[in-house]
Design a protein. Structure first.
Length: 331
């Protein structure tokens, strides 16, 4: 790898000369060139002076600074920038050592590998790397690279020291207007979500690949061979589903090791349907209770009628008995 910046790490009274290498490679990602649709020729970018409308050659392009809210552009030369009183221009000054959790991932920008520059730098470089690893800390400092100063974080990784450029705190936008209003979450929904998180397990970097790049490469290969590109499958429309059912389906897929689409779909019951079912059940229950009440009332009426008949019979019998007794006395 080619070094892109040479400087040193200032660690107390210790100075460690280092070389900086890019830790990432974005050349493998998909990139397109602008073309003229009529003839397919690439479209060039021309640097045009806004004052006279003439094209400006690269050797005449310089730097300028425009203060915020001002229309005036102040020319600044590279010589003026090199003479700025900036101690971090060639030195990464470590300010403190903190726990990795104290660094907000939102602040992380570009990543670089740092390697020792010269034989004399190997020992202090190794001591710093081992101290970061065993103490489980990261170093935070400031460094100036490519004409601008930024925060930096150093951490041990795979036998090397990695430097992450960090954004300044005022470069992080507030989250206002993004957070939704308070939503009620049921206990079973949270339990299913946590179980799904535990079931998915660890991530194997070997399984990660750029599906979009592969699809673009297949499209280009088909067009070069004069074939008709395969029409992409249109994604299904968005649906409002039961969150619990979706979590249960995802959990079954994770446990079986199959994609969620291959698992038998869970029975999704819309919330309205649930409410309707409850109401219908309630109506049936009420109707049953009403029928039972009517039946009970009918039985009570029948009992009263039977009791009335029994009373009438008893009364008639008593009157008949009394009549017989009177007839005997008269005789």
């Amino acid at each position: 790898m080619r070094s892109i910046w040479n400087g040193s790490i200032s660690f107390g009274l210790v100075t460690i000369p280092v070389k900086t290498y890019s830790a990432t490679d974005r050349s493998s990602s998909v990139s397109f060139v602008r073309i003229h649709e009529k003839d397919g020729a690439p479209v060039q970018y021309r640097k045009i002076c806004e004052l006279d409308g003439e094209e400006v050659p690269n050797e005449e392009v310089g730097k300028g600074y425009q203060p915020p809210g001002d229309e005036v552009v102040v020319p600044i030369t590279d010589d003026e920038l090199s003479r700025l009183p900036m101690p971090t221009a060639k030195t990464l000054s470590i300010l403190s050592f903190v726990d990795p959790g104290e660094i907000d991932p939102l602040q992380m920008d570009k990543a670089y590998y740092l390697g020792p520059n010269g034989a004399a730098a190997v020992k202090p470089y190794t001591v710093l790397r081992e101290a970061l690893e065993h103490h489980r800390k990261v170093a935070v400092g400031k460094v100036a690279m490519r004409g601008r100063e930024s925060l930096a974080m150093l951490r041990a990784h795979d036998g090397a020291i990695v430097m992450h450029q960090l954004l300044w705190p005022d470069q992080i936008r507030p989250v206002s207007g993004v957070v939704p209003e308070a939503v009620e979450i049921r206990e079973n929904e949270m339990a299913l979500a946590e179980t799904l998180m535990d079931t998915l397990g660890e991530l194997d970097p070997a399984d990660l690949h750029d599906d979009y790049r592969e699809a673009v490469e297949e499209l280009v290969a088909a067009k070069l061979e004069g074939e008709q590109p395969v029409a992409p499958v249109a994604p299904s429309g968005a649906r409002v589903i039961d969150l619990t059912a979706a979590l249960e389906k995802s959990l079954r897929a994770a446990r079986s090791g199959r994609p969620a689409e291959d698992v038998e779909p869970a029975s999704v019951t819309p919330l309205r349907g649930r409410r309707t079912a409850k109401k219908t059940t309630a109506k049936k229950t009420t109707a049953t209770k009403t029928t039972a009440t009517k039946a009970t009332a009918g039985k009570s009426t029948a009992k009263k009628a039977t009791a009335g008949k029994s009373s009438a019979k008893k009364g008639t019998a008593k009157k008949a008995g009394a009549g017989k007794a009177t007839a005997k006395k008269s005789g």
